[in-house]
Design a protein around this ligand. Structure first.
Ligand SMILES: [Zn+2]
Length: 401
């Protein structure tokens, strides 16, 4: 089913390219002050085209507006033939011209995902070395972020070891989005400090303790999760790709909405399918979004403290019943709020802990084995065979990784 979908997209692209050989492919950065409606207007496309999407997709498309790169195929006479505009890391709006007019759909972004293992020894500092040797600044930032609460980076010395197991999405030969670190290890004063990512998306120390980190507050006093974050999934009944860039919290109309953290209100008003929305900018490039409100209280430019009432829950926009849609973004990209908001209790217990420790043992075994080979720096890549150590590849395969 998915393959048919991509094939279809290719055929459209091919058809458009063949019959319009004078057309130009443009690759530009989206100006974050431009909305999708304005974009349509620039090409004299009726904005009613948005109404051809279903309710969820209309909400999703109102997220367009963050600085991301997008593609256009434009005819020599200036007419837009096709545009592919990312919405987050997984989906994109596909706008294309047919003989009967424009069509709009939401489709997945095609990418390949590789698992890498990077081993470095420290020359200057962990962050600088990752940037210089792996050429991936986002990986360096993530590494620092996940380890900063368990290691004192100042104690790191020359020749200390770094091990990172991570997934990296690639699109057209370029890294796409933030690398997903599964395990990170930083040796300092002869002690190996590990952090592991669990299936709940949070990081834990080797003994399953939750890492101390500054959590955001709850956006409502009473939490009842009705729908979770989904980067993308194939809907078997609707036969299309869906995504949910936030957590839905059930609450009756008029329930006070609280700011999840200190920050500055940068938006307070209507936002397409999300209805009445407030957006708050926080430190470290985090942004929270509170949608479907009945009444907005906080004003643009206002500084709010964690826990300040910013508005009231409702049913505005494309919503089936009163609830709060709570979205969290880092550098303009949607991330799962469960990662930073303590909706549930801390630490792993029972079956969860057992499962975590089992996985951890597997990881440490492999990492220690690689470290034993004592290679100063290499990257293991599941798809591109350039860096593959055949022995390790078999080792992984036998364990179903
Ligand atoms: Zn929602």
């Amino acid at each position: 089913m998915k393959r048919i979908y991509f094939l279809r997209l290719w055929l459209i692209f091919l058809a458009l390219s063949i019959f319009t050989f004078a057309a130009k492919v443009k690759y530009s950065k989206w100006d974050r002050s431009v909305t999708f409606e304005q974009y349509l207007q620039n090409f004299h496309i009726d904005k009613k085209i948005i109404n051809t999407l279903d309710r969820d997709d209309q909400a999703l498309i109102s997220e367009i507006g963050y600085s991301q790169r997008y593609y256009e195929l434009i005819a020599s006479n200036g007419i837009l033939l096709q545009a592919l505009i990312p919405i987050g890391e997984e989906l994109q709006a596909h706008l294309f011209r047919t003989h009967t007019g424009y069509k709009l759909e939401i489709i997945p972004i095609a990418y390949q995902k590789d698992t890498h293992i990077a081993i470095l020894s420290v020359d200057k500092s962990p962050h600088l070395d990752i940037v210089n040797k792996i050429k991936n600044r986002r990986l360096a930032n993530e590494f620092t972020r996940v380890l900063k609460h368990s290691v004192n980076f100042r104690g790191v010395q020359k020749k200390d070891k770094i091990v990172i197991v991570y997934d990296q999405k690639m699109r057209l030969g370029q890294p796409l989005g933030v690398p997903d670190i599964k395990v990170a290890m930083l040796e300092s004063h002869g002690k190996k400090n590990y952090v592991f990512k669990h299936s709940d998306g949070k990081y834990y120390s080797a003994n399953g303790k939750a890492l101390v980190q500054k959590y955001m507050g709850k956006p409502l006093n009473h939490i009842r999760i009705t729908s979770r974050f989904t980067p993308r999934r194939w809907h078997p009944v609707l036969h299309k790709w869906k995504a949910h860039h936030g957590v839905d919290l059930g609450a009756k109309r008029g329930t006070p909405i609280l700011a999840a953290a200190d920050g500055k209100v940068i938006y307070s008003g209507w936002m397409g399918g999300y209805g009445k929305v407030i957006k708050i900018q926080h430190e470290d490039n985090y942004l929270t979004l509170y949608a479907h409100q009945s009444r907005l209280k906080a004003k643009v430019g206002q500084y709010v403290k964690k826990g300040t009432i910013i508005g009231y829950t409702g049913n505005s926009g494309r919503s089936t019943g009163p609830h709060l849609h709570f979205g969290l973004y880092k550098n303009g990209r949607p991330i799962d709020p469960m990662r930073l908001v303590k909706f549930t209790t801390d630490g792993l217990t029972g079956k969860e802990r057992h499962h975590f420790l089992n996985r951890k043992r597997k990881y440490t075994k492999i990492i220690n084995k690689i470290a034993e080979e004592n290679l100063p720096s290499f990257i293991w890549n599941t798809v591109n065979d350039i860096y593959v150590l055949p022995k390790m590849k078999t080792y992984y395969k036998n364990r179903g990784w």
